[in-house]
Design a protein around this ligand. Structure first.
Ligand code: ADE
Length: 244
């Protein structure tokens, strides 16, 4: 998968050199290219923003520089374009799965009050463009949101996770545990500072372990994510779940 990221802060993307994503880049599974937006300015100050039409606080990113940058980066190609913004559609595991199936993604990181909307209109008629929010809070710019999305998408690519089952068991992953968050996990030693590992996990009884894990996932979902629990389809709950 090819990923292009256009930003005025390429330094933000240093973490993409390490861990799972770093290894995927070394192996060639991921081809990440980070571009400095200011390289497409023509003035000595390398200006990328200006005051908003209609007045108001802050600055808006200028369309001309974005246009030149995107045209150069995409050439004759047609990546799917992702614009991080708090006013976008929510980034979910489902969207991460969908993006993981794309051959080429382009992320455009806005700063200040955002990018002049004509940029989205212009490329919206040529590419598939999604404005995407990673949550209901406002960051200083799109860079951290893009890091989040690249990590969530990157770990779903074939061969990126050591154990492919990890992505299958994820909270929010499609399947029988869909809409349930994951339950607690334990490793050795069996007792730590007086806290015991739940004995069922040491029992070797796979059926009982699966049942226990599902109960824990349901319990945590009810406690931490009541809005998700309310959405659970009674049809997908088994007899034991309904007694909980
Ligand atoms: N830029 C600023 N805040 C953001 C958010 N919550 N999601 C995506 N991009 C953003």
């Amino acid at each position: 998968m090819r990923l292009d990221i256009i930003t005025i802060f390429p330094e933000y993307f240093a973490p993409l050199d390490v861990s799972l994503i770093g290894k995927a880049r070394e192996r060639g599974t991921l081809d990440v290219r980070v571009h400095q937006l200011r390289d497409w300015t023509h003035d000595v100050h390398k200006t990328v923003d200006d005051t908003p039409y209609g007045g108001g606080p802050g600055m808006v990113m200028k369309p001309e520089v974005w246009g030149e940058a995107i045209d150069t980066v995409i050439g004759d190609g047609a990546p799917r374009m992702i614009v991080p913004t708090p006013s976008g559609r929510p980034f979910t595991q489902e969207l991460a799965q969908e993006l993981a199936g794309e051959p080429w993604l382009l992320f455009t990181c806005g700063r200040y009050e955002g990018i002049d909307s004509r940029v989205i209109a212009e490329y919206g008629s040529r590419l598939r463009v999604d404005e995407v929010s990673i949550g209901d809070y406002v960051l200083a710019g799109g860079e951290v949101a893009v890091l989040v999305m690249v990590e969530a998408v990157g770990r779903l690519l074939p061969g990126v996770l050591g154990n492919a089952q990890s992505a299958v068991d994820d909270s929010f992953a499609p399947g029988s545990m869909k809409n349930l968050v994951e339950g607690p996990v334990y490793t050795k030693p069996p007792v730590w500072r007086g806290h015991e590992v739940p004995p069922v996990l040491l029992s070797g009884h796979h059926g009982k372990i699966a049942r226990w894990r599902r109960d824990q996932a349901l319990r945590r979902t009810v406690l931490n994510r009541p809005e998700l629990a309310a959405e659970l389809d009674p049809e997908t709950l088994d007899k034991h779940d309904r007694r909980l």
